[in-house]
Design a protein around this ligand. Structure first.
Ligand SMILES: *[C@@H]1O[C@H](CO)[C@@H](O)[C@H](O)[C@H]1NC(C)=O
Ligand SMILES: *[C@@H]1O[C@H](CO)[C@@H](O)[C@H](O)[C@H]1NC(C)=O
Ligand SMILES: *[C@@H]1O[C@H](CO)[C@@H](O)[C@H](O)[C@H]1NC(C)=O
Length: 435
């Protein structure tokens, strides 16, 4: 108690004289103007000491009792040689674990705070990356709330007209939650997500350089083996792509709808009571391909190419069998149906040569997701049903040998075939590098 008292009195004096300090000696007028303390510690100030109160080689350590708590403070508390490294005596309270509902509210509120905080200025990319942090930790801590946050943010920022249908767990919400939970959202992943999916809020980051050192088992041969002698024999090869069969095409429906895929009963033009352009039986420009158009195209190919008897040496199909349905209208069965019918028609109309097919982005469920094998958590094979299905169809149609089927199952439908004529066909799934 004594120490603080002295400081308080001195403080008051210096305050009173403060106005004079620049113009005059502040001690002027006080007599005597100097005081010499006695060298010895005033031992009568305390009744007990932990060390010798008369020694001068160390500071005196009085025994202090607290009149409130009636505790006597131990010497270890002030012993200069036992300064603690951690305070293990006092409680260090933490907030309670938040419920899923509270986590959701906090994540939503944080994204909104970040969206309006002027500290970010016009740096929309920094805002987006910061907002993704809140979403990431919600996705990790309360995954069932990830799609709920997606829907609420979509509604708030007006990303879509029917956010529940587009972003619920039944549509994109589940994949968005997985991506945000696993992405380095504060780094390159976040920049890519903000650039590609969130209104271009970040600039497109430069392409990361590839280190190909470990990609190939052997170095490139040098010199290269001599080129084969051409046989001079011509082969007929067919290349088809992007059939986009629409098995839900509705003849007579609106073929001139205002957005999305037309020629669908569920995509009418609200301003037109009757279709402005009734969908013709053989297809229309703003529509995917009705079966009648697929059939007539396949019927036309052999006579137009003079291959009625020979067929093609082989056919390349470079992807996109499935119609442009939004994710909520798709299903595994719908994708598998399309793969089954189109490959079967290829076999029967274009055979007997093999078709070397690859997947397009519309052939993968959930807008072309390809889960990385490294994702773990029981999710690495969540889309394998699709690779397994196409690989099995390619085997069933007799287009691929077993070794290639095995590769396709294991590598997101990518494979290599070494043909009897010496050519190699390498099929990639470039959906992995969609942009
Ligand atoms: C302080 O406590 C923390 C938590 O137990 C521990 O990690 C840290 O190593 C401690 N520091 C020292 C210096 O003992
Ligand atoms: C490329 O990868 C190899 C091993 O895969 C490694 O030894 C090398 O340091 C890498 N090079 C660079 C530039 O990262
Ligand atoms: C299609 O719709 C647009 C916009 O409503 C209109 O301008 C155009 O004339 C229509 N075309 C046909 C063939 O109905």
């Amino acid at each position: 108690m004594l120490g603080p008292c002295v400081v308080f009195v001195l403080g008051l004096i210096s305050g009173t004289l403060g106005a004079d300090t620049r113009s005059a000696n502040p001690t002027q007028g006080i007599k005597p103007s100097t005081f010499t303390v006695p060298g010895a510690f005033p031992t009568s100030a305390f009744s007990k000491y932990f060390n010798s109160p008369t020694a001068t080689s160390a500071q005196v350590q009085p025994v202090v009792s607290d009149p409130v708590t009636h505790e006597t403070y131990p010497f270890s508390l002030t012993n200069p040689e036992t300064i603690p490294k951690n305070n293990t005596d006092d409680p260090h309270p933490l907030p309670p674990t938040a419920s899923s509902a509270r986590l959701l509210e906090q994540a939503f509120d944080q994204v909104l705070s970040i969206a309006v905080n002027p500290i970010f200025g016009d740096d929309s990319c920094a805002r987006c990356l910061a907002g993704l942090q809140a979403a990431k930790f919600l996705a990790l801590a309360a995954p069932d709330q990830g799609p709920v946050l997606a829907v609420r943010l979509c509604d708030h920022f007006k990303f879509a007209s029917d956010c529940g249908t587009s972003f619920s767990r039944l549509a994109l919400g589940s994949v968005i939650t997985q991506v945000v939970a696993n992405a380095d959202v504060g780094g390159l992943d976040g920049q890519m997500l903000c650039q590609n999916f969130i209104k271009g809020l970040c600039p497109l980051p430069p392409t990361s350089p590839l280190n190909l050192t470990s990609w190939f088992a052997k170095p490139k041969p040098s010199p290269l083996p001599a080129a084969r002698k051409p046989s001079g024999k011509r082969l007929k090869v067919l290349h088809i792509s992007d059939m986009h069969l629409d098995p839900r095409y509705a003849t007579g429906s609106e073929a001139n709808c205002s957005s999305g895929t037309c020629c669908r009963e569920n995509n009418i033009d609200a301003t037109a009571p009757v279709p402005k352009l009734p969908a013709p039986r053989f297809g229309a420009y703003h529509c995917d391909t009705p079966l009648s158009l697929v059939m007539s195209a396949l019927q036309a190919i052999p006579p137009l190419t003079g291959t009625q008897r020979s067929g093609f040496a082989w056919t390349l199909y470079t992807g996109d069998l499935v119609s442009h349905d939004p994710d909520n209208q798709l299903s595994r069965a719908y994708v598998e149906y399309t793969e089954t019918i189109v490959y079967d028609l290829f076999k029967r109309f274009l055979g007997p040569g093999p078709v070397y097919a690859t997947l397009g982005n519309h052939d993968s469920y959930n807008q072309a997701q390809d889960a990385p094998h490294a994702i773990g958590q029981g999710l690495a094979k969540q889309f394998s049903w699709n690779y397994d299905h196409v690989a099995a169809l390619w085997k069933h149609e007799g287009w691929l040998p077993d070794a290639a089927v095995k590769l396709a199952r294991a590598h997101y439908s990518a494979y290599m075939v070494r043909r009897a004529d010496g050519l190699r066909v390498i099929s990639l799934n470039t959906d992995l590098w969609y942009r």
